[in-house]
Design a protein around this ligand. Sequence first.
Ligand code: G2I
Length: 469
Amino acid sequence: MLLNRQRRRAVIAGAVTVATAALGIGLSTQFASAQAATLRAAADAIGKDIGVAVAYDQLMNNATYRNTVATEFNSLTAENAMKWDATEPQDGNYTFTQADAIVDFAEDNGQSVHGHTFVWHSQTPSWVQNLSGTALQAAMVDHINTVANRYEGRVESWDVVNEVVSDSNGAMRDSFWLRGLGEGFVTTAFQTARAADPNADLYINDYSIEADNAKSDRIYTIAQGLKSQNLLDGVGFQSHLILGQVPSTMEANLQRFVDLGLKVRITELDIRLQTPADGSELAQQAADYERVVNICAELADCSGVTVWGLRDGDSWVPDVFPGYGAPLLFNDDYSKKPAYTSTLNALGGDGTEEPTTSQPATTTPPPSGSGCTATLSVQSPWNTGATYAGTVKANQALTGWTVTWTWPGSERISNSWSIQGTLSGATVTGSNAAYNGTLAAGQTTTFGFNITKADGSTASVPTVTCTPA
Ligand code: G2I
């Protein structure tokens, strides 16, 4: 895992080639010096995965898709290519063409892979579903051994079992696995995966467990049992969410799993809405994404966030929830949605990032008691510029905020996100964006910007005044 992270950092530091050797097509991208201008650079800076579920066909056939995946993400998951129906369609007849191409692409581009999935009730061929007892168990063990061994050292973590708890009262899901093997199939799957690849992180993955509820309670009990046998490393919260419905208990719920000594991960994030989306819905979606990504950014044991598809048109949502869609970060023409900007913001903000400079990390906050408090920090300086993160903390309920400061030297803002106003001069006056102005007392939001400055000068950290709107 460490190797993967070091490799990613080494790649990000210089020119990134969107290597497609396995696919027979080459193109390259040079990163601009403002490193935190991509999700990938921002996530690298705070040591998190920002992942995307990729479709093999798009990766094969679409250069812009490949380029965006390589530039914006440091982790990949195969949306379908590692599932049982793709890797072992007939008994013992393994086909790894698609899965290999995705893992090769990730390696060529310095990305890690979160594997999905060994044991699921869906997308499993009927030859498996027709087995029972020892034959079913033998098929499961052989499948996990074969796939895990093939990718040992190349896949950093695995969803070992997927969706094993039902939606009612936290009972185990009534699947052919449960009927054929009893509840013990979960432990057997983890024992097999642990032995097959002792260095991979092993996750249990499910949906509708983001809140503290009966289903997440059951996952908690299973996780406790597996952890006590050293068979489990993390819990994957799929997070297929609905606009405006990020659960209020999500932080506390993830924290209780962390308290068990486990990692947590947002494994399949999308936030659907009724299409077509209007501006206020896209702003709400941006706020929802920011909240979810912030939860992970602020939890040291959250390994990362994976979005379940690149563009809205790539999403599974409209097929399954007619009338709903537009749940992802990119439009179909690869333009960035407001949720992209808020995600970038959440990855770069809140003071959780590793120090990248010996300069003072933040300004001294003004005395408490004012309606809001704001600070700036330098994220990544370079000779003629720097990326900054700003934080606004509400000391009372706010419906908007304005921050102002004056640059002492040649620093000037060149571009910004999650803030608007008079930003480009020596004195900066900026207000909240449409989606990050309403804050409860105690809540924090973030914004960011790049500056230009005199070659070689130090990027200063001015004191910020924050005023409620
Ligand atoms: O359903 C959303 C996700 C829920 N959690 C587990 C994930 O594995 C699951 O992903 C989705 C994929 O995004 C879809 O792309 O799983 C679906 C199947 O359960 C995938 O859909 C299937 C279609 O149903 C098939 O018709 C199609 O042949 O994708 C297949 C491959 O393109």
